[in-house]
Design a protein around this ligand. Sequence first.
Ligand SMILES: Cc1cc2nc3c(=O)[nH]c(=O)nc-3n(C[C@H](O)[C@H](O)[C@H](O)COP(=O)(O)OP(=O)(O)OC[C@H]3O[C@@H](n4cnc5c(N)ncnc54)[C@H](O)[C@@H]3O)c2cc1C
Length: 467
Amino acid sequence: MLDWLIVGGGVHGTFLSAALARAGLVSADRLAILDSYDSPGRLWHTRTRNVGMQFLRSPSSHNMDVDYRSLRRYAAQHGYSRSRHFIEPYARPALQLFNAHLASVVERTHLQERWIRGTARLIRTAPGGYAVESDAGVVHARRVVLAPGQPPPAIPRWAVSAGQTVVQHLLSPRFTLPLTGLGGRTAIVGCGMSAWQFALVLARSPEAPTQPVLIARHEPTTSWFDSHPCYLGPACMRDFLQAPIEVRRSMLSQARLPGTITPEVREQGMEAVASGRVELMHNRIAALEAAGSESESAPPDANRALSSYPQGRSASHVSRAGHSPLPPHCLRSGDRDERATLSEDGAGTESTTTAQSRDAGPLTLRCADGTEIRADQVILATGFSDEPPAAELVARTAAELNAPRDRGGHPILETSLEWKPGLYAAGRLAELELGPSAGTIVGAHKAFRRIAHSVPAMPVQYQKSIW
Ligand SMILES: Cc1cc2nc3c(=O)[nH]c(=O)nc-3n(C[C@H](O)[C@H](O)[C@H](O)COP(=O)(O)OP(=O)(O)OC[C@H]3O[C@@H](n4cnc5c(N)ncnc54)[C@H](O)[C@@H]3O)c2cc1C
């Protein structure tokens, strides 16, 4: 029997495995990582590459080692330059540097040797711990950490019935860059970092033949952070942890700053718009039609996911039958009231920016105000859904172990992040305990501190605050 099994070897599972080993809380041969992919951080690499991310949004102190200075030290030792591989403020590292440091942590802790490739399906109790059933067999461990990453990508209702060849979600693991072969005009739907960074990739690519159109619900809104930074410490976390679970859920959505972009991405984006390399439209899409077919707008009762994608946003975001959801990621931080209003009546206050029918292309995106946008392919950059990550595993395990969940299906955890004794959750799955930064890199640091506190014989240097 293993001492620890980490389910999910993304940024969080990799961080936690390395941190447990580095803290001496487990010997390398008593720990394993179970993951659907073949190597640590695979989805991180896929998504950041597809989006075209150049620099991280988070500071260099939020890195893959428990030591906050580790990445900066690594950069100095390996010839990375302060001016080219970091961006201010907060010395945010270049993706290339972050990934090299990640690889060094994996190598140093021999995590690849502790890898089991398989997908966990159910967790049961077993003598002395847990039995994790997976398509790679049953793995027994005294302690198990669930770190299955992000929820599935959010698919707007109007896109649900479209085929995957013409509509793709940028954050889907199956996303394939459409720069060659398909050609034609690309419509990008979204208004956050992913949408803008991807628009810049297309704008700069000699292989992308035509100017992409970015369809955003509002002007680019800037923020250095993707959630309110006061939740990184006790200033906001104290209140958060004192609030009842159902209140924490609404605090989470208040604290997040979806649909915001960093100032340097805004500057580059505006430059691309001004020079005609990206067309920017402010509008809300109501339906998608393909040439020669009936309307492909999703029927009101649409319950099938976009091709093989998981289902998008939950019904609570859908304002009224037949209307597209109003993705919270496209609302400014100060737009909470607008969001409530919009959710009630399903209508937007968007301004019309362009003429009625735009360019050629087999797809027609019909906007709420009647504007039509033609495109050859549509790329959704509409963020992640509100479902719990690994929803099926979580639901089956909750039923098996009689483990508590909130109304949205998220696990309700102890302060130690234990769902049941010795069964932990991390990342977005632990957001009701860790707050809005749970799913980000610093969330992995927070999770480690909480988990380590619950383990006897934790070295004294890790017995810092739980924030
Ligand atoms: C484009 C992009 C840029 C980002 N930039 C930043 C940034 O600059 N700074 C920051 O702090 N955060 C950033 N984030 C947020 C966050 O840090 C990343 O999403 C990060 O990858 C989350 O790590 P994770 O381990 O929770 O999830 P993932 O990296 O998605 O990994 C989850 C892993 O769990 C596995 N898994 C899931 N279910 C099962 C199962 N049942 N059985 C076995 N394995 C399973 C998956 O195969 C996957 O390997 C970014 C996110 C995105 C998408």
